[in-house]
Every structure is written in C-alpha cells, then in structure tokens.
Design a protein around this ligand. Sequence first.
Ligand code: HEC
Length: 182
Amino acid sequence: MSWIRTALCLSTVCFAGSVCLPLQAGDSIQFNRDIRPILSDSCFQCHGPDEAKRQGGLRLDQAEAALRGGESGPAIVPGDPLASEIRKRILSTDPDLKMPPAASGKTISPEQLATLDQWIREGAEYQGHWAFLPIRRPDVPDQTGGLSPIDAFLRQRQQQAGLMPAPEASRETLTLYGRDGI
Ligand code: HEC
C-alpha cells in the first residue's frame, strides 16, 4: 500500500520546502494563506493594483474596492457567496461574462471556488500583505517525541490532513545526506 501513500503525498505536499496540504473541513480561511494566491494568480492581472490594466472598474486586491465592486455593483457580499458577483462570473456559461476570460488562459478549479465560497461565507475578511503585518510568535503545537518547533507545526498539519510522516530513513541514508556531521 505504500505507493498509495506516496501518491497521496505527492499530490498534496509540494516540494521546495513549501507545504500545501489541502484545507480540512473546520479549518477557517485566511486571506493571505488561502485567498490571495488564487486571486493573485487568476484575477489581479485585470483587477489588481495596476490602474492602467484594470478592467470593468473592478479592483479585487483591497476590501473596500471589492465590496464596492465595479460597473455592475458589489463583487463580494460578505456572508453570501450566492449573491456575490465574482461567484456568478466564475460559474457563468456565457463566454462574454465568464471570469477569468478564456483568452487569459487562467482557470478557477472547483477546489479554489469552494475555498472562495468558504471565505465569503465566513465574512470575506481581507488581510494586509503579510510583509507589512507585525511579526507574531505563534504557539508551538503540543506534540510528543521531542520534535523541533518546525517539525511540530508540520506534524500538526499532517495530522489535520490525515497524513502520516514517512518512516525515519535508515542510518546509512541519513549519514549519506550529512546528518551526524559527516
Ligand atoms: C485578462 C483579464 C481578466 C482577468 C484575468 C479577470 N477578469 Fe474579470 N473582467 C475583465 C473584463 C474585461 C471585465 C469587464 C467586462 C465584463 O464585465 O465582463 C471584467 C469584469 C469582471 C466583473 C464584473 C465587474 C463589474 O462590476 O462590472 C467581475 C465580478 C469580475 N470580472 C471578476 C473576476 C474574477 C473573480 C477574476 C479571477 C477569478 C477575474 N475577473 C479575472 C477581465 C478580466
């Protein structure tokens, strides 16, 4: 069965050190972690900070502007995904209305739409760009086994996603990769 676990890990955990486990039911949405990457990738090109490229009078990177909306009114109605224009546009079957436009080569996956829906349902709260937020020391999750704080955070997220860590590598492998100071 280990190939199943391997496939699962490959599809849910990105390499290059960044963990992108799927959201779990019960996890609340954070704008910077969950929403900004979606909007930034698929919408900001035409609804972002660059005024010269802005389309439909709509800006989606700032709360006030998104709530005000564009030429056809509020783009986001906090608490009510079904009333939100961005959802109607993403799901539209009319190629003239569909967002993002097909010609942009961008798409919104059903998972991304579900994440946007949950964010709107929870009140569509924006966060400032993380680089400008004050640094805060999070509480290290309580984990057994004398884990380092970083491993404790990783283990907690794996558990939330129902994943198990891979078994510890053999001593030879660890030595080969420089543990034990070699
Ligand atoms: C390549 C450019 C482009 C991208 C990318 C794009 N849009 Fe648009 N969008 C437009 C254009 C052009 C209009 C104005 C024409 C129209 O209303 O269809 C528009 C209009 C809209 C409107 C209606 C604004 C109003 O009040 O009239 C909404 C809502 C919208 N887009 C949402 C989105 C969302 C959400 C995304 C990302 C998932 C997105 N768009 C990505 C070009 C784009």
